[in-house]
Ligand binder design. Sequence first.
Ligand code: HDL
Ligand code: ZN
Length: 415
Amino acid sequence: MPIISPTQLRAVVTEIVARTPIVDIHTHLYAPAFGDLLLWGVDELLTYHYLVAEVMRRSPIGYDEFWALSTREKANHIWEHLYRQSSPISEAARGVLTALQAVGIDVSSADLEEIRQQFNRWTVEKYVDLVFRKANMEYAVMTNDPFDPRERAVWEQGIPADPRFRAALRIDPLLTDLPRACSMLSELGYSVSPRLDDVACAQVRRFLRVWIDRMDPLYMAVSLPPTFRFPTDDPVRRMLDSCILPVALDREIPLALMIGVKRQANPHLQLAGDSVGKAGTQAIENLCTAYPDNHFLVTMLSREDQHQLCVTARKFRNLMPFGCWWFLNVPSLVREITMERLELLGLRFIPQHSDARILDQLLYKWAHSRKVIAEILVEKYTDLQRTGWPITEETVTRDVRDLFRDNFLRFAARL
Ligand code: HDL
Ligand code: ZN
């Protein structure tokens, strides 16, 4: 393959980043077979909980009054306050416009009714095809919660496999709300006492195996507060030691730890009410040491934890940092975090996941991230070129494929 010249570098790297399909390892999307669980369209985009938090800072509306509105009325309210009375300059507000533009919707009239009309041309299936093509997605990994009765019912009916949507088994209550987990497990026929004796642990392992057989998840996942510690002498340790990690190892499934969420800092905001706290990486270090054969995907919510996560990843080959999660998924921090990961970890990390909850968000979350990642790679390849090292289209294609899919697939024993 020809060596890329310095003058060609920007164009070639940008094109390769644009054309490399994405394996999006963490989303809240669902395959169309899940019915109404899959959200799409402009009213869902506008009522995304990120924008709820932002509109409640501008509008005098009371919490209860807002929550009593229909989705359409909430969207109208958000459009009025964040788009018509102010410039939609925040990442979540601008993202809606990027998504609409990507599917050919003209927003210049700023008329929400007119925008709504333009969605009448699509069925959900047609729209999934369009969004995946425009966002250049290989597939999205869902967040699949067996403790959610609505979602559980769909799995228990049996659903057709959809190669565009893969599963991840989400198990938060096992580690963050054991009493509630035990009562839900008992309702499902797994007698599990909060004491987590050997009988209970065997039941939890059976529960995990049943859902792994049903979902074929690429990983198991749990979100954890900044206070998460390991080891501890509470049931969390037994849940990891005797239930989750042995099953994960046996099935060669990574455990994704998503650390730093302070749930419901403001309950009036409902899903928008969660906040962030600094966690530190001692628990991750202890887990990677105690379980050298388990694979840990880790994303942390606090900007202040990112450098320590990179250094910890340098110490443990069974630790794979991923994504610029949630409050970090803004261009300035995606740039900062991705730059330090390239400088400390080379090309062995997973730079981004979308966390998309609404299908259309794939269009903006990936467009905005690809732009930042391409810019940073141009800088880093330019630094490399200056040493006389040859940069070819083949090597850049390989590297970007690693970042956007192969690092994850290898780590999840799927390649
Ligand atoms: O726990 C999670 O997976 C988080 O991503 C939450 O769902 C959060 O509400 C979110 O959507 N962040 O982007
Ligand atoms: Zn999420």
